[in-house]
Design a protein around this ligand. Structure first.
Ligand code: ADP
Length: 183
């Protein structure tokens, strides 16, 4: 596990080896963070994405970052569409983070920036997504030395910060299990 940092800002301004985008299965570009990444990287990003599509939820694929240089790679991952929480959404979201880190590692990436995948149009509740993100990056052994979780707004920033401050698996507003002493 690398150093994990929460930052507030526009992910397209991050000076890292790889930026992760919350794509849709077509990899042609969408709204939200994916729209911003495609605008910043230029039209070659959609061409490169189309050649690798479709990308199923939870998977991750890399393309060059084109006009985002010195960023080297865009890692496209597709989050789960929120359907109430009983449809494997947590597992799919965790796989987005884990698989993105695996792809980054294969490419020799030393620093990576993630957006808050699935918490926008895909509707994943923020606090729950923050815990999934924090736990996934903390529990994945990785050679990527620097991991930035980039929040576009203060609420997301605080949710991620709080999730990282808690033991793995504990949601905001919940108490960690109490260690009971016998007697
Ligand atoms: P999804 O479709 O996976 O829900 P969205 O792009 O709609 O993805 O939202 C994911 C998160 O990305 C949201 O917190 C949204 O505010 C944030 N976001 C939007 N634009 C940017 C940006 N330029 N940099 C970082 N985060 C962004």
């Amino acid at each position: 596990m690398g150093a994990i940092e929460v930052v507030l800002g526009d992910i397209t301004r991050e000076n890292v080896d790889a930026i992760v985008t919350a794509a849709n299965e077509s990899l042609l570009g969408g709204g939200g963070v994916d729209g911003a990444v495609h605008r910043a990287a230029g039209p070659r990003l959609a061409e490169a994405g189309a050649a690798l599509a479709p990308c199923l939820p939870g998977r991750a694929v890399a393309t060059p970052a084109f006009d985002l240089a010195p960023v080297r790679y865009v890692i496209h991952t597709v989050g789960p569409v929120w359907e109430g929480g009983d449809h494997g959404e947590d597992e799919v979201l965790a796989r987005c983070y884990v698989n993105s880190l695996l792809v980054a590692e294969e490419l020799g990436v030393e620093s990576i920036a993630f957006p808050a995948i699935a918490t926008g149009v895909y509707g994943f509740p923020l606090d729950r997504a923050a815990v999934v993100a924090a736990d996934a990056v903390r529990s994945t052994p990785s050679t990527v030395g620097e991991i930035r979780l980039v929040a576009f707004d203060r609420e997301t920033h605080d949710a991620l910060r709080d999730a990282l401050a808690r033991p793995i698996g504990v949601r905001r507003g919940e108490e960690p299990p109490v260690d009971r002493q016998p007697g």
